[in-house]
Design a protein around this ligand. Sequence first.
Ligand code: ADP
Length: 876
Amino acid sequence: MPEFFQYKKSILVKSVLFFTVVIILSLFCIGYLINKKATNTVRLYNQDKLSHASNIIKKQFYSMLSEVENDISLISKNIDVSYLKSATEWNNIPQLELLFSTFLTEKPNYFQIRLLDVEENGKEFIKFIKKQESIQKIPFSELQFKGNKVYYKKALQTSDKFYFSEITLNEEYGKLSDPYTPTLRAIGKLYDAENNLQYLIIINVDLSNFYDEISQLNQSEIKNVIVSNDGEYKFHQQLAYCFGNQTQSENYFQSDYQASLDILFQSNETIKFIEDVQGNSHILKVTPLFYSSQLNKLYLVTIASEKSIFANIYNINNYSLSLIALICFILLLSIFFYTYYFVKKIKRITQEINDYNTLNTERSYLNEIKYRGDEIGVLANTFLRMKHDIDANVSKLESSLLRERKAVKEKNEFLQNMSHELRTPLNAILGLTSLLNKNKPTAKQKPIINALERSGKNLNGLMHDILEEQQILQGKITLNPVKTDLNLLLKTIVSNYKFEAIKKGLELQLNVSENLEDKYFLIDPLRFEQVLTNLLINAIKYTNQGQIVIDVTMHSSRLSLSVSDTGSGISPANLNKIKERFFRVPNASGEKVSGFGLGLSIVKKIIDLFEGTLEVQSAPEKGSIFSFIIPIKQVAPEPNSKRIKDVEYPSKVTSLHVLHIEDDISSQVMLKSFLSEYKIHIEQCQNIAEANRKLQNNCFNVIITDLMLDTSNILDHVKNELTRYGIPIIIFSALEYNQENDTRLVHIKKPESLDNILDALVVSTLKDFYDTPNLEKVYDLYDHNAEKIKNYLKILYKEFLIYYQRIKDVSIEKDAREWNAIKHKILNHINTLDLTKTKDVFENSIVDINAEELTFLRDNILFILCFLRTTINSKD
Ligand code: ADP
């Protein structure tokens, strides 16, 4: 059952619920309307019944009166009044006796016939009564005077031939006769020949039969009563309620119903509504029964209790309501089971569609029902056919994919193997090319050898990239995050390419946001450098004029770096493809630009390793912006280590005067711009003659020179001419040169970092001002083992970096304890390295020492650092 409720959103369930509600509402509406109609019909029917009953009684009443009238007329016709008057003996009137007894016998309702003598003030002249079916003539002695009776007086009053008295209970000699007999006195008049009223003929009519007939008309819901003017019941179902005036009972119409008698007297025979004293509602109809020229007024009241009238309706109501409820219940139940049945089926179907991949079609439910003619069957059939088609296509695709993967794998393996295999002969080619270069090639051979070298290097780069990418693809390269001064790393990478950029006449600018300065981050510097280098190389490669700007910002542990250039840009069509391996934008100008289309592919893969994103924006001929965002974690700096922000140099460098001999303008620009940053004065010339001129006229501290000027090697000039000036000479050239026996010359091989030149420049020019460490003891200590010595020097370098920072701080804080601590630590090195000038300064206490001496000490340490750097680099 619970799964039924999972289908709250099912259209089927929703529509079923909707239609159920509609059906139930309609049923209730129909029920209500039928009930209303039925109530009306019953009401009308009962009103008809009321009218019908009252009409019957009315008719019977009046027909009874006319029957009695007829009888009296008949009797009158048979009476000879003059004869009666003459008759002295009242009992000697045989035909009258016969007439009276015949009528009493024949008419069951007549129980008394009398003649009253008007002249004798209503004395009974003759009187016959019927008692227990026997006819008796009342003896003369028992005859009475009736002149004082109301009926006698009223009969005389009326001019009508007949008079009917009020209906009362019969009295015998002033007592109510037992059983109570409702009686109507019908009075006729007998006249003599002179038309004088002589006798009244009176028939006492027993109304019991009339009452029985009314009683029979009274049904459970309809009641008839006859009420007099004052509300006395003349007829009531229970005789004891009648004739309250005579029986002294309390029962009057107005004591049973909450209505004044006026309701009776507004006798327009319409249906009225009334409440009884218990508050029950009734409908009633009043029919006036007036007689004897309206001398007597009776009202026939036909009443029906609403409760009993509508009892049936209530029953019908209850019945129809329970029927509707039952129908609704059965309806709901069947709808519920019907929906449940379908929902279950649909659920089974959707479940199987859900289990698409694991579905066993043969044994599936869908297979069972696929031949059903209904929609479910069609659905199942369609799905199975579709699955069959899809499965077939998928298996085709899978096998093609497998084949393709195999082919790609084989291609990659081939590339990898080929790269490995090619590297060895390639190295040999490069070695041999450099050998050719050293063997003084002729001017004709030179460009060929250069082309050979360039192609060799290109090929070597490609092999390197292929192997590198392969390693990333195979997951062999993982990130190795270490604590890194990112700002320093960025500056170093960018400075490595400054030369390249300047050579092409491009401006290279690095903007690092302030929140990256003086901070350490956990990052793999090698891979980071690889990414930035690739982007930088591309920017330089594809830009011929303008600038390259590197913007680095840091926000919520995410590093954003963008390399923007003003180069050739990339067309929108190619923008999406450039990250693919081996994709290169075809060059429209036909100009050959080196590259194999692997750089960005590697960049993308490394950025994926960094869990970052790479984006490219570019517009042809306007430039490109390659930007990436990588998550990055800041870490605390090394405890107790104060770092030196950048490489610093002794303050004396600003007073240096350099002569630069170089015929390549871009190299000139590059060195000049670099040395100017340190406020080093530089003069430049393009040949030896000019150099000699300048040297003779000016005072320089150092000469920096290239060896190849305008295709001629000037080494001999350097050795023979320039050394004469007695100033240090730094050879900055791509040419190999063996300097072993010539200590006057320092050789820095192009394209070394410019920092190395500055180090060499400082060491060679300022060695007499500062302490030049004597490394003899160190060499001895490490048995002249180059590797060990290099490691020692690296440690030494780091320690001196710390000394420098501590000395810088102590110069400001003048903390004697710290001063002594530094002195204590550095003393060991002073002795090992023969640092006499340093030692002299430390002889003083920090309070006695002056600012000049402290500046000297700092510069001295910076010089030692320069020295150590050049020594370490020369051991590479
Ligand atoms: P390539 O070795 O050819 O430079 P890359 O993968 O580094 O290979 O770059 C793919 C292609 O993207 C290049 O051939 C070049 O057309 C285009 N491209 C890359 N960087 C830039 C850029 N900064 N400006 C213009 N085009 C670029």
